[in-house]
Design a protein around this ligand. Structure first.
Ligand code: CAO
Length: 416
């Protein structure tokens, strides 16, 4: 099966999570992604949180599949020369170094553009260029705090809370991938490359746009009717943390099921969709609620929404989360079991769809990873293992025209 990005060569100058998540996605879809890493150590995630001594850590393997690895010290004259050759032959350079690191290496946008006017130079930074924090180094949770996610996540009586989802890292990488593909299409029209920049703060804000919606509603009317603070609690002048409340017009909550006392994930998410009120009442065995004026409309229900959730929990008390969902799905009620990572790892549907895949690795044997969440009718991304450090160095240097002797000299000089 041909892959749409075949023929696109990408210099993957990324590390940790935000950048590697972007280039991994492009590699799945056929791009030749050359991961450039410092000789000896490589991407820091190769050795972070190791579960097998001396083998690449899962942190690295799960973000760098389908790539080739080239070790290169880009601070030596010989290393710079190799990078320049690579730049001349590539379509995209992706990096997520600290602000100014690429410039200090001698590869400013102007220099890269001079070397190859068709090159797309894509960067992730913590904050956007010109922002008053644009000199800061940033990791995931810093971005979640700066992007409005932490102040609006968690419970009202607890501190700001970060999400387990990588809103700052992988999410930013996905935004960058969209930017790169857009720039590639643009290059088809103009013949020129361009600079594509995505900040982690901006990418988090983009996912928190409903909270900015809520801020403006709060400014205007002083309350937010879908939040647990309404109507009995207090609102200040900022969007509060709403616990597990549904974010849109559909009230919802995480509800206990059979076994919650011992199983931390014996819960379902239950949504009360306005037009599904009748089926909900029937499913719960409460047909009298259908016409009761205290329950019949969404507005009437809101003041005692937590009493309604408590009644649903009574109904759930003798049902496992799976049994509950199997009943509720027949009534068209939007709901799902709260799944642990163990359940996700072993879920037959996720295995069948290729969302969870097991891939071979030269050192580890095999490992589980998340495959492409994007499904195509004409492409089935095949996930391969991540490369060992420098596994493809000689092969890539040979492709660039280096002779065996020249390659040996580069090794001797520790430039590769
Ligand atoms: N050869 C030679 N030098 C190399 C090299 C190579 N192949 N690869 C990297 N380096 C050098 C860089 O040039 C830089 O040198 P200088 O500081 O002398 O300019 C140095 O390695 C360290 O790079 P760094 O500052 O990016 O790394 P760090 O570990 O100190 O910071 C991070 C890490 C992630 C905080 C920072 O890179 C950053 O803020 N990146 C942008 C935001 C981002 O992507 N964060 C998400 C990370 S995922 O959680």
């Amino acid at each position: 099966m041909s892959k749409p990005l075949e023929g696109i060569k990408i210099i993957d100058f990324t590390h940790v999570q935000a950048g590697p998540a972007c280039t991994q996605l492009l590699a799945w879809f056929g791009a030749d992604v050359i991961k450039v890493e410092r000789p000896g150590s490589g991407d820091v995630t190769r050795s972070q949180l190791r579960d097998i001594p001396d083998a690449d850590a899962l942190y690295f393997t799960m973000l760098n599949s389908n790539k080739r690895s080239l070790t290169l010290d880009t601070k030596t004259p010989e290393g710079k020369e190799v990078l320049e050759k690579l730049v001349k032959e590539s379509d995209v350079l992706v990096e997520n170094f600290a602000p100014g690191a690429l410039d200090r290496m001698g590869f400013t946008w102007e220099r890269l553009n001079e070397l190859n006017p068709k090159l797309i130079v894509a960067s992730v930074k913590g904050f956007s260029d010109g922002h008053h924090y644009d000199d800061l180094k940033v990791y995931e949770n810093v971005a979640q705090c700066a992007g409005g996610a932490a102040s609006t996540t968690g419970f009202w009586d607890g501190p700001p809370t970060v999400s387990a989802a990588a809103l700052g890292d992988s999410n930013t990488g996905m935004h960058l991938a969209i930017g790169i593909l857009t720039a590639l299409i643009g290059r088809g029209q103009t013949g020129r490359g361009q600079k594509v920049a995505v900040s982690m703060q901006d990418s988090v804000i983009n996912l928190c746009r409903v909270k900015l919606r809520d801020q403006q509603r709060l400014d205007r009317v002083g309350y937010l009717e879908e939040y647990p603070q309404y109507p009995h609690g207090e609102f200040s002048d900022v969007v509060p943390r709403g616990g597990n409340a549904g974010g849109g017009g559909q009230p919802g909550w995480v509800l206990k099921c059979k076994g919650w006392e011992t199983d931390p994930n014996a819960y379902i998410y239950f949504t009360i969709q306005g037009h599904a009120w009748e089926p909900i009442c029937r499913a719960l065995g409460k047909p009298e609620w259908i016409s009761d004026p205290n329950y019949a409309t969404a507005q009437a229900r809101q003041p005692h929404i937590f009493d309604i959730f408590a009644t649903i929990e009574e109904w759930l008390a003798d049902k496992t989360k799976y049994e509950a969902v199997d009943i509720l799905r027949k009534f068209d009620i939007p709901c799902a079991p709260v799944l642990s990572m163990k359940e996700i790892a072993n879920d037959p549907s996720l295995r069948a769809s290729g969302t969870i895949v097991e891939v071979p690795h030269k050192e580890r044997g095999s490992y589980l990873t998340v495959g492409s969440p994007i499904k195509f009718s004409g492409l089935k991304p095949e996930i391969t293992g991540s490369p060992l450090l420098g596994e493809h160095t000689d092969e890539i240097l040979a492709e660039l025209g280096y002779s065996k002797d020249q390659i040996a000299n580069l090794h001797a000089a520790r430039s590769v």
